[in-house]
Design a binder for this molecule. Structure first.
Ligand code: GDP
Ligand code: MN
Length: 393
């Protein structure tokens, strides 16, 4: 799960990291109100979307008076912001964050990342922070420092000092740098984050360190024990179908293809996607309907899969252990009727009550194709789509 910059800054501040004074706004009027509340004579208006690289896309604007704050907020709110990280569809800006502008001396980079390869938390730092960090990582990899944290010991103060030294800071800034690095580490560990990125971490013209931008990603599997983190989730930033699936307790991930998949069990769902690929097709989603899937739940899953306009055919693959094939069959029929399904549908059932399930499907009179094995089911749905497209062309 990702969160917004303003939320990440709030969390970092709780762990002793200095951040600019700011406030959130969802209208131009409120943006001006926030600017007045913050005081001073320079502000930055920042689009709050789950994406970096906003600066280069017009999502970060420096303002010198009230009118500019209002104009910047007006230009961003309700609009689609396209950065190179969002993809061409961009993201709608629902809120802007107003901050007191900072006089910048230097822009540094600091991140703590769960590195899956080394199975360690790695501190990544560079004296060349800011908007071109990706380019720096490519062209001057030697300018980037990495410090691995031993899990049994945790991050030590000497490691934080080493990272701070590599940033080329003045002696007077060392103490704050060490506090910032250790604070970021505690934030990551105590909130079960998998990434904390501060880019840029700036040295201000007054010689202080300030987190000017912040990004955090959390481990979804740990959210159950971090209610104060999980409540920060912004559903408007998520795929609407994934959000809906979450409400029904279904495990759904949207993909690029055109074959909708309804499967029980995550492993079988993965295998089904593989088999579709192997047969020459492309899955439109990953979906695990879970264990005791009642007819109603299967019907919900079905409708969810069909709500994706890319879907041109559906494969249902159920291996019923805890599940019951007759329930699944009822769910399939219910959903097919309610949605007046016209797309090719292949169903493979095996396991508990399979005979009853097959009979229910047969008696339904629906034009569905049944299959005995997973491989056969995958071939049949791919074949059905090819025939359908041949018929159209
Ligand atoms: P990102 O492009 O989405 O990563 O957004 P950032 O918050 O990192 O802002 C991009 C750039 O805008 C930073 O690298 C800074 O150079 C500049 N910027 C952001 N806030 C301020 C500020 O308060 N003062 C000044 N002078 N520049 C800022
Ligand atoms: Mn940034």
């Amino acid at each position: 799960m990702d969160i917004h910059e303003y939320q990440a800054k709030e969390l970092l501040a709780k762990f002793g990291i200095a951040v600019p004074h700011g406030g959130i706004a969802d209208s131009p009027d409120q943006a001006v109100y926030r600017a007045n509340e913050i005081g001073g004579s320079r502000w930055v208006v920042k689009a709050q979307i789950h994406s970096g690289a906003r600066g280069k896309a017009g999502g970060v604007r420096l303002c010198k008076d009230e009118h500019q704050v209002r104009a910047a907020a007006k230009a961003m709110l309700g609009e689609r912001l396209v950065t190179y990280q969002t993809g061409p569809q961009g993201r709608i800006v629902h809120r802007v964050y107003i901050e007191a502008a900072t006089g910048i001396e230097r822009e540094l980079y600091l991140a703590l990342i769960l590195d899956r390869k080394s199975e360690r938390i790695v501190v990544v730092a560079s004296r060349n922070g800011g908007m071109d960090i990706e380019k720096i990582a490519r062209t001057q990899p030697e300018s980037i420092t990495r410090e691995i944290v031993e899990p049994a010991i945790g991050m030590c103060a000497f490691q934080a000092r080493q990272v701070a030294f590599s940033l080329g800071l003045q002696p007077a800034q060392m103490k704050q740098a060490v506090m910032t690095i250790l604070g970021a580490y505690r934030t990551l560990r105590e909130l079960d984050a998998t990434m904390v990125e501060i880019n840029p971490l700036v040295v201000t013209t007054d010689g202080a360190l300030l987190a000017l931008d912040a990004k955090m990603t959390f481990d979804d599997n740990a959210l159950f024990r971090r209610p104060n983190v999980s409540e920060l989730r912004d559903w408007s930033e998520e795929d609407p179908r994934e959000a809906e699936a979450h409400q029904y307790g279904l495990n759904y991930v949207a993909l690029e293809g055109n074959i909708g998949c309804i499967v029980n069990g995550a492993g079988l769902a993965m295998a089904s996607m593989d088999m579709i690929k192997y047969a020459g097709g492309n899955p439109a989603n990953f979906l695990d309907v879970g264990g005791g899937a009642t007819p109603d739940r299967v019907a919900k899953a079905f409708k969810l899969v069909l709500s994706d306009p890319k879907v041109e055919g559906v494969l249902v693959n159920i291996f019923a252990g805890i599940n019951r094939c007759d329930w699944v069959a009822e769910g399939v029929i219910q959903a097919a009727r309610e949605t007046r399904l016209k797309l090719p549908l292949v169903v493979r059932l095996a396991g508990t009550n399979v005979e009853q399930g097959r009979r229910i499907l047969q008696d339904s009179g629906l034009p569905l194709v049944t299959a005995d094995s997973l491989a056969e089911a995958a071939q049949k749905i791919v074949h059905a789509l090819k025939s359908a497209s041949r018929a159209i062309n």
